[in-house]
Design a protein around this ligand. Sequence first.
Ligand code: DGL
Length: 262
Amino acid sequence: MQNKPIGIFDSGVGGTSIWKEITSLLPHENTIFLADSKYAPYGKRSREEITRLSIKNTKKLIQLNCKIIVVACNTATTNAIKTLRATYNIPIIGIEPAIKPAAIHSKTKRIGVLATKGTLTSELFSKTSDLYTQNIEMFEVVGTGLVELIEEGMIDTEEMLTLLQSYITPMLKKGIDYLVLGCTHYPYLIPILKKILPEHIKIIDSGEAVARQTKAVLVTNNILNTSNKLGKHSLYSNNNTHTLKDILKAHTTNHTIEFLGF
Ligand code: DGL
């Protein structure tokens, strides 16, 4: 059981930002990552569609013998995690925008959240917001088009810079001091965001917290891989594999990237 892989999925390539955190915190774990890029973006889809796709991915990871599932997608988590947990008897970890730390540490008491429509309109997001934003103002912006550009590998482009500026400028005018990245694709935009954001504004995402939570759940369930060999990692895309290969080209982990129909 302990040698079985951790199964991780996202609507596309973005969830590799979480995969990187998990493999660096847990270097002896084997992993399987599914990029459901054929059906990206999830953010525009209905709750029913997001749930159906999340079930499809979870089923595939269970078939591939995974011991635990990490939903490396805010949109899938906020819309489908309840159904996934009710359907499958396997530990399932999700990711939500890091509103809590941003709200606690904000000095201006104004924070910005950039996420997909699917996340920002979900019940889970509104419950979490109610819990942590009583004494602060939160500005939510839908990052329309960002995931599409990232999926096409058009990260460091003029088009991306212009689009990001149009989303960030109104939040800056409101006086935010924290920007929450509520989509696992967005950490790949941090270098461009740093060109737009004044230095005092902090960017925050949930990647490290999810990796820590994954470790805690493995320990609690006594399924942490105790081997001292480095883990093996299989990453699959059901679309072309170019973007996945491109964004991980500087990554030196023991990983393979292949096409898989699912
Ligand atoms: N990476 C995703 C998230 O964290 C989903 C993006 C999308 O497919 O719209 O929300």
